[in-house]
Write a protein that binds this ligand. Sequence first.
Ligand SMILES: Nc1nc2c(ncn2[C@@H]2O[C@H](COP(=O)(O)OP(=O)(O)OP(=O)(O)O)[C@@H](O)[C@H]2O)c(=O)[nH]1
Length: 329
Amino acid sequence: MSFFKKLKEKITKQSDSVTEKFKEGLAKTRDNFSNKVNDLVARYRKVDEDFFEELEEILIQADVGFDTVMKLVEELKLEVKKKNIQDPHEVQSVISEKLVEIYQAGGKSSSELNIQSDSLTVILFVGVNGVGKTTTIGKLAHKFKSEGKNVLMAAGDTFRAGAIEQLEVWGERVGVDVIKQGAGSDPAAVMFDAIQAAKSRKADILICDTAGRLQNKVNLMKELEKVKRVIEREVPGAPHEVLLVLDATTGQNAMIQAKTFKEATDVSGIVLTKLDGTAKGGIVLAIRNELDIPVKFIGLGEKMDDLQEFDAEQYVYGLFADLVEKEED
Ligand SMILES: Nc1nc2c(ncn2[C@@H]2O[C@H](COP(=O)(O)OP(=O)(O)OP(=O)(O)O)[C@@H](O)[C@H]2O)c(=O)[nH]1
């Protein structure tokens, strides 16, 4: 059975609304990437070296990342040889299969969050300004709230003017309280207050914002270490997640930010925002592969329910939806 067929069967078993979100949110990447692959397949009569070279170029242009592209194409070549594939059309399904495999390779691929079932879960958000951190915190608070959880937010970005107010706006929108102090106050003190509040209100989840100053890595490290130390001391085993928010539209810049944050703190997962705003959605694969950090959520729009748990199969379906749908039953 072809991979497209298997994918079609799997996707039809999943929620239509999730599938629609992935499909809509990845429309720009699909138009860019899949159309180029379709065009490539139509131009070649057989799968040869030139075919693979052009494919490499298409993947690199979609921000898949050089190392990941090399690995992917190497595996594709082996598979094509093994299955004795001559017709370029047949390669499309194999490409999509390899994309899922590449993402899932290495084990730590689950997008599931480490949520404590019977005690407070603390989630720390890190990332530079403007990447969509506040929006993501708001969306995640909304998600937990609609699952019936008791949620609190901590306004730990005391550095950027307006950050506290912006979080409060989201708090009002989603009906979640924000624990704050004045601008310029010590973020670790805000965390301490927020944890005490979370304990006394028996909150299930505390979501913490932090300032994302990258200009000075030493300061960034010191601040994050201090914030983490307070959290660890007050809630053993916390923070349960440290989520780094990256803007997918910034391409290689996002990769550089990820490397810096990875050196500064233990990042447990990535949230990749604004994937709907880029034609280079291949960055998901580069991040997963080159940083070895799972992508836990992706932002596919500005609305409250546009934050989706990352799923490699839905993602690849979003990239090749037209072809998968055409697949005969
Ligand atoms: N299209 C799209 N826009 C998004 C997404 N996530 C966030 N945005 C928009 O990106 C802009 C910046 O988001 P903010 O949350 O304000 O950015 P910022 O990260 O607050 O800045 P900090 O909190 O300092 O990190 C806003 O206009 C958001 O609506 C997404 O997934 N898709």
